[in-house]
Design a protein around this ligand. Structure first.
Ligand SMILES: Cc1cc2nc3c(=O)[nH]c(=O)nc-3n(C[C@H](O)[C@H](O)[C@H](O)COP(=O)(O)OP(=O)(O)OC[C@H]3O[C@@H](n4cnc5c(N)ncnc54)[C@H](O)[C@@H]3O)c2cc1C
Ligand code: FES
Length: 259
């Protein structure tokens, strides 16, 4: 358990916020795709811990999380100001791996999934492609930071209000059709239906990659089995359960089971 004092907590856009905690120990160990489990206490109410991907870490010990307000925990978090101390568990889970320098990374994110893939841009020397999908332009976030990191940013929105109309898998399809630049490696994070569609698409294209499968979590440390997901296995059913919090949340595409 580590305390994280809030440095600042500001609205990015609409329901999306970015909070920076002073958490130097977690920063030192954190890898892209790992998460922190945050206890959000407010006015005497104790809310169960909530998991958030580690968006960025800075050399001065600032750890940032980008979150969307969706319920009581995130609404409470949005009210907390600088100086509030939250207790953080982390870094937790298995993160994304680095790929060889001769591979072009393709980061595929939906919604707040854009937060989880950002640290990859700092862990790898080569620049890549960032494909981002959102419901509408109101949910398009963080594309500027990927631009600044030198990534080729392409956007799709379901309603066509920004970028190409359609799903992010449409951008993947277009990339696969036009690409002639050597080996690609995909990293995905986003809503479950998006990830399953992406897994199906990449399996059939024979592409390598890793997906962060964020599931509802409780303990966050492997003890309660609230977070199980199916992964491929040599069993009569062809799958077995794995804990998203400790066996994941990042799984190699080869093991991702699509129903
Ligand atoms: C490993 C991991 C990383 C995550 N990273 C981020 C992040 O970087 N930014 C971010 O905004 N959120 C992230 N989440 C989701 C975040 O944990 C939830 O949005 C948060 O717990 C909701 O808390 P709440 O009390 O506000 O909402 P609740 O009242 O608990 O729930 C409100 C609604 O959100 C849904 N919900 C809650 N958790 C999830 C989830 N994991 N997936 C889909 N729907 C959910 C609930 O079913 C419900 O409909 C992550 C989740 C996991 C497991
Ligand atoms: S959340 Fe408890 S085992 Fe994963």
């Amino acid at each position: 358990m580590k305390n994280g004092e809030i440095i600042d907590n500001i609205r990015l856009k609409n329901d999306y916020h970015i909070v920076r905690f002073f958490a130097p120990e977690i920063c030192r160990q954190a890898r892209a795709g790992q998460f922190v489990h945050v206890r959000i206490d407010h006015r005497g109410d104790r809310i169960l811990r909530r998991p958030f991907s580690i968006h960025n870490v800075e050399s001065d010990g600032a750890l940032s999380v980008v979150y969307k307000v969706v319920g009581a925990g995130t609404a409470t978090l949005a009210e907390l100001g600088p100086g509030t101390v939250c207790d953080l568990l982390g870094p937790l889970g298995v993160g994304f791996s680095d790929v060889p320098a001769d591979v072009t990374p393709v980061l595929v994110a939906g919604g707040y999934g854009a937060a989880a893939t950002f640290l990859l841009t700092r862990q790898m020397t080569q620049r890549g492609i960032f494909l981002f999908g959102a419901r509408s332009s109101a949910d398009v976030i963080l594309t500027d930071v990927y631009h600044r990191a030198g990534y080729d940013v392409r956007i799709a929105t379901n309603d066509g209000s920004e970028g190409k109309k359609g799903f992010v898998t449409g951008l993947v399809e277009q990339l696969l059709a036009e690409w002639s630049g050597g080996k690609l490696f995909f990293y995905g994070c986003g809503p479950h239906p998006m990830l399953m569609a992406l897994a199906r698409q990449l399996h059939s294209a024979g592409m390598p990659g890793e997906l962060s499968i964020d599931h509802l979590m409780c303990c966050g440390v492997g003890a309660c089995f609230a977070c199980v997901v199916k992964i491929k296995a040599d069993t009569p059913e062809g799958w077995k359960y794995a804990r998203a919090c400790t066996d994941g949340p990042v799984f190699n595409l080869d093991t991702v089971y699509v129903e």
